[in-house]
Every structure is written in structure tokens, then in C-alpha cells.
Unconditional design. Structure first.
Length: 318
């Protein structure tokens, strides 16, 4: 015989007789219970705080990016012993996270994909919410690349003629070209790495306060350095396409190749970054489980979203 429990506003809801009362009551407190009622048509979903399209997904990404900036301010306040600056940073972080939640993802996780339509929305969310996170690294990386090129150009001025005498014109031109490309790469990596480390450090520091109620600036910086260094790999692949020598081939082949290259680096990079971020929190609070069920899902989503966003942005940047 089935069991019935009175749910306020909905009346009696049927549950299997095999379920223990305490299990039913515990289940009724979870989001899965309410989602199940929506699927059964017993409850209309409240989508007032859900993103309504790609623009909202992009704005959510901007809010998350701004939050990491405030987290970085919190670190600076912590390191310089200023409670006012630290509080300002953490309050700004929390405010931006709350603003991002007002445009919550419609699908959000691969676990919520029930149809091809959901898969399409998930892909759009992945690209748009991550697009803004690429911008600081690409911006500073581009500045670094331009600066590196100018420095290299200055270095070779007046030496081309001498190199030509020693090596011949063709060898001299090749040597100069290699030097310029090397300095461009170094500048791009320094610029992109600086932005990535700042973003990751701020994210970890803010997450510590939000998840644990305590912070450790040194751990946040160490985790940010490791995670940020990883992030320079896919960013550099995009910058290489901008500042490096043009690759021969059809437009479509170049687009596919560029997208595949960035996707194959961004997916594992995002996975590793998520492990580092969660690991930093567990280091501060051993009760926090890096590889909990929630953590595993978050890691899988970061891998999938990283690959989708990296592929799309990498191809688009080409």
C-alpha cells in the first residue's frame, strides 16, 4: 500500500510503501524532489531566476569574472593586513556571485540533460559563460606579445647586416625570425599567465569564504599559481594563431584544427584546475571532500564545458 505525505500547497503526494518514513522526509528536502514534481506536472517550475538566453549566460560569466577580481582584492587586503580591504573584496565577491545566480544556467550540468535541446542549451551556456573568462588572458597576452615583438625588433636592429655577412641572407633572416617569434611567445605567456593566476587566486580565495567560512591567502595564491599556469596553455594556442606564422590550408581546415587544438588542451586544463581549486579548500579544511559526488560532477562538467568552450572560442579566434 502506498504512503501519502501532505506537502504544503500540493496536498497528498504518493510515495512507495517500501521507502522508510525518514528517507521520504529527507528526500522531500532535496532539489531532486521538487524537480521530480515538475517533471510529473504537479508543480510549475519557477524560472524567474533562470537565464533567458545566450546574453544572460554571457552576463553571468562577467559577474563570475568580476567576483574573482574582488577575491583578488580580498587577498591583497589579507596580505597587507587591512581588514577593510579584505572585507571590501569578500563582500564584492559575494555580491557578484549573487548577481550571477539571478541568471542561473537553464541546464547547468550534464546530469540535467534530458534531450537534444538540453544538450544544445548546455553547449551555448558553456561557450557564453566562459567567453568572458578568456578575455583578460587574451588581452594581457596580446599586450605581452606586442611588447615582446617590439623588444625583439629593437634587439636585432643594427645586427641584421652583420648576421648576413656571417651566415648569409637566408640564414640571417631565419635567425631574426626565430628570435622575434621567441620573444613574442615569452611576452604572450607572461601576459596571459599573469591574468590567469590573478583570476584563479581570486576564485579560490572567494570560494574559501563562501564554502568554508574561512580563508588562507597563501593557499589561494599557491593554488592560483598552479591553476593559472595551466591556463596559459590553451590561451597561448589562441595567441599563437594571432601572432604566429600563418598556416597554409583551407579556411575550414584551419578553423577545425584551431578549435580541436584548443579544445584538447582546455578540457583537461579545466578539469585539473577544478581539482586544484577544490584541493585548496580541502587543504584549509580537511572536512571538505575534493572528490565528493558533487565534486566529481563539477569536475566532469568542467571537462565538458572546457572542451566545448575552448573548441568554439579557439575556432572563432582563428
Amino acid at each position: 500500500m502506498p504512503k501519502y505525505f501532505d506537502v504544503e500547497g500540493l496536498g497528498l503526494i504518493e510515495f512507495p510503501d517500501s521507502d522508510a518514513d525518514e528517507d521520504i522526509l529527507a528526500y522531500a528536502q532535496t532539489p531532486d524532489f521538487w524537480n521530480d514534481l515538475v517533471r510529473q506536472g504537479l508543480l510549475v517550475a519557477d524560472n524567474s531566476n533562470k537565464a533567458q538566453g545566450a546574453w544572460d549566460d554571457f552576463v553571468r560569466g562577467v559577474d563570475n569574472l568580476q567576483a574573482t577580481g574582488y577575491g583578488l582584492i580580498g587577498i591583497l587586503g589579507d596580505k597587507f593586513g587591512s581588514d577593510d580591504i579584505r572585507s571590501f573584496g569578500l563582500e564584492g565577491y559575494q555580491q557578484n556571485i549573487e548577481e550571477a545566480s539571478q541568471r542561473a544556467a537553464r541546464v547547468g550540468s550534464f546530469t540535467n540533460i534530458k534531450s537534444l535541446g538540453d544538450a544544445g542549451i548546455y553547449a551555448v551556456e558553456s561557450v557564453m559563460e566562459n567567453f568572458s573568462l578568456f578575455l583578460p588572458s587574451l588581452g594581457l597576452g596580446s599586450i605581452g606579445a606586442v611588447a615582446g615583438k617590439k623588444i625583439a625588433t629593437k634587439m636585432v636592429e643594427g645586427t641584421v647586416a652583420e648576421l648576413t655577412k656571417q651566415l648569409g641572407q637566408e640564414a640571417a633572416e631565419q635567425a631574426v625570425k626565430q628570435l622575434v617569434q621567441k620573444r613574442i611567445a615569452q611576452g604572450a605567456i607572461i601576459g596571459a599567465g599573469t591574468a590567469s593566476v590573478g583570476i584563479e587566486s581570486g576564485e579560490i580565495y572567494g570560494s574559501m569564504q563562501e564554502e568554508l567560512g574561512q580563508t588562507d591567502a597563501n593557499v589561494a595564491l599557491a593554488g592560483g599559481l598552479a591553476a593559472g599556469a595551466l591556463d596559459t596553455i590553451p590561451t597561448f594556442r589562441i595567441l599563437k594563431g594571432w601572432f604566429g606564422p600563418e598556416v597554409a590550408g583551407s579556411v575550414w581546415k584551419r578553423l577545425v584544427k584551431a578549435g580541436a587544438e584548443v579544445a584538447m588542451t582546455e578540457a583537461p586544463t579545466e578539469l585539473a584546475q577544478t581539482i586544484i581549486e577544490r584541493g585548496a579548500l580541502e587543504y584549509v579544511d580537511p572536512n571538505y571532500n575534493t572528490f565528493s559526488e558533487e565534486g566529481i560532477i563539477e569536475m566532469a562538467d568542467s571537462f565538458l564545458k572546457g572542451g566545448i568552450a575552448g573548441g568554439a572560442i579557439g575556432a572563432g579566434a582563428k
